[in-house]
Design a protein around this ligand. Structure first.
Ligand code: PGA
Length: 249
């Protein structure tokens, strides 16, 4: 059985004091949430505060991005070993905002994922189509391309350690959630790609999260889809009570 993974992506929100205040409330609301894994991804400067605030809880901390080199003359970048050293266990890779604003490609997604695994971080690799791709009937072609170029180059051993997040770009931050049917179709399609490249066992084992305007009032119907194994939540993960509702769907 795939254990649900409920992840929050804080994007460029919250200071360190706001981070600590969030966990003071949130940690108490999820003490009984053994049905799932919980991951929060704050900004780089707040990883240490988040890791400290969640010590002794079941909440794990992730970064929103990382560079693939171990260290070096790469001004502004942050490496896997640095993330580990401040207590991060997870890392988002290839979020659509990284692809849209910061030049992320399927090739750099692959490099980051391989590096994250090498340093012992657990990557959540994001894929998803834009509105024009959906409207022109190219959703599956686009997902297949992101999968083949950005993920399917991993060995079976590497693949077994990643989580995939399906986030249709048109549903992110727009209040426009994919219907459970649209999300379920995309998840089924992604799982079929996994089956053809890595086999049935890998397809049955890999967790595929849904992301895009997940809220307390739509999480239940999304999580009721057999191929949806968790959620990646932006806006609604910033509020402790709201995100606890999502976690405890
Ligand atoms: P949203 O963002 O929940 O605010 O739509 C999701 C994401 O970007 O991961």
């Amino acid at each position: 059985m795939r254990k649900p993974l409920m992840a929050g992506n804080w994007k460029m929100y919250k200071t360190a004091p706001e981070t600590r205040a969030f966990f003071q409330t949130f940690a108490l609301l999820v003490t009984q949430s053994g049905h799932c894994e919980i991951v929060i991804c704050p900004t780089f400067p707040n990883l240490a505060a988040a890791a400290e605030a969640t010590q002794g809880t079941r909440i794990e901390i992730g970064a929103q991005d990382m560079y693939w080199a171990k260290e070096g003359a790469f001004t502004g970048e942050v490496s896997g070993p640095m993330l580990l050293a401040v207590g991060a266990k997870w890392v988002l890779v290839g979020h659509s905002e990284r692809r849209q604003y910061f030049g992320e490609t399927n090739q750099t997604v692959l490099k980051r994922t391989v590096a994250a695994l090498e340093y012992g971080l657990k990557p959540i690799v994001c894929v998803g189509e834009k509105l024009e791709e959906r409207e022109s009937g190219r959703t599956e072609a686009l997902l297949a391309e992101q999968f083949r170029e950005g993920i399917a180059q991993l060995s079976s051993e590497q693949f077994a350690k990643i989580v995939i997040a399906y986030e249709p770009v048109w549903a992110i931050g727009t209040g426009r959630t994919a219907t459970p049917e649209i999300a379920a179709d995309a998840h089924r399609f992604l799982r079929s790609l996994v089956a053809s490249d890595y086999g049935q066992d890998a397809a049955a084992a890999v967790r595929i999260l849904y992301g895009g305007s997940v809220k307390p009032d739509n999480v239940k119907i999304l999580m009721a889809q057999p191929d949806i194994d968790g959620v990646l939540v932006g806006g609604a993960s910033l509020d402790p009570a709201g995100f606890a509702c999502i976690v405890n769907f």
